[in-house]
Design a protein around this ligand. Structure first.
Ligand code: UDP
Ligand code: MG
Length: 233
């Protein structure tokens, strides 16, 4: 199982993430894990912290890709997915907002229930500003009506998948990536695993309101042909 962890200015989270992940690994003795951190051009001591973790771990169990500048999370995920080698691959955030304990349930969904992938879905938005929840709801409503993809409200980009799913995702080479939409686009049998919103363990989010609006916009542009059809009409 290979874990792909995008990191941008996460110096406080790297060590905490590693300690928590080790407990999860200890609870899943039948599996061999690799952690691949993707340093997305961090400007703090993220790289030093990653190297510390590499030095602490067994050879080949923790590795990293360091991007030459900050390209954004979507690009970091693409770098990770294009270079991963695990039979099962998980994508999750460094700030522990994607509870690593769910991995056990995700593996069971694939191995026992024969799903191709299992994805986490937030069922509460506790601790989030009301305006953000409202816009989020509007976003799902619009994108599901106007595009060919069907996005599950509350879906995150935290998921565990089989190799073939990863290969389908990587075969989509667009540069302006909207991973959640790509997940929906490639299909496959997916199990939703629900969890309650968790606050970030340390550090602070890089997303502000307008950043999220831009993100929603790029998702819309990537998958909707409606505006183009509108222009033609
Ligand atoms: N991240 C990244 N590049 C960026 C911004 C964020 O790789 O330019 C990573 C970040 O380190 C974290 C994940 O993407 O692991 C989610 O970011 P964040 O927690 O800031 O977003 P939120 O959880 O608030 O949506
Ligand atoms: Mg976060």
């Amino acid at each position: 199982i290979e874990l792909i962890v995008p990191c941008y200015n996460e110096e406080k989270c790297i060590g905490l993430f590693y300690n928590r992940i080790k407990e999860v690994f200890a609870d899943m003795p039948g599996f061999d894990f690799i952690i691949t951190y993707i340093d997305d051009g961090s400007k703090d001591h993220t790289m030093e912290e990653i190297k510390k973790v590499v030095a602490q771990s067994k050879a080949g169990k923790v590795q990293y890709i360091s991007l030459s500048r900050n390209f954004g999370k979507e690009a970091a995920l693409y770098a990770g997915l294009s270079n991963c080698t695990g039979d099962y691959v998980a994508v999750l955030d460094a700030d522990l907002q994607h509870p690593p304990e769910l991995l056990k349930e995700m593996v069971a969904a694939i191995e026992e229930e024969k799903y191709d992938c299992a994805s986490a879905r937030r069922v509460s938005r506790k601790g989030e500003p009301v305006i953000r929840s409202l816009f989020s709801r509007a976003f799902y409503h619009i994108i599901n009506h106007l595009t060919v993809i069907d996005l599950m409200p509350g879906s995150t980009d935290y998921r565990l998948m089989k190799r073939e799913v990863v290969e389908s995702i990587v075969s989509m080479t667009e540069k302006e990536r909207f991973t959640k939409g790509i997940y929906a686009w490639v299909g496959y049998k997916n199990k939703w695993i629900e969890y309650e919103n968790v606050e970030r363990i340390a550090g602070k989010t890089t997303w502000n309101f307008w950043g999220l609006v831009r993100y929603a916009y790029s998702g819309f542009i990537a998958f909707a042909t409606t505006p183009l059809r509108g222009v033609i009409y």
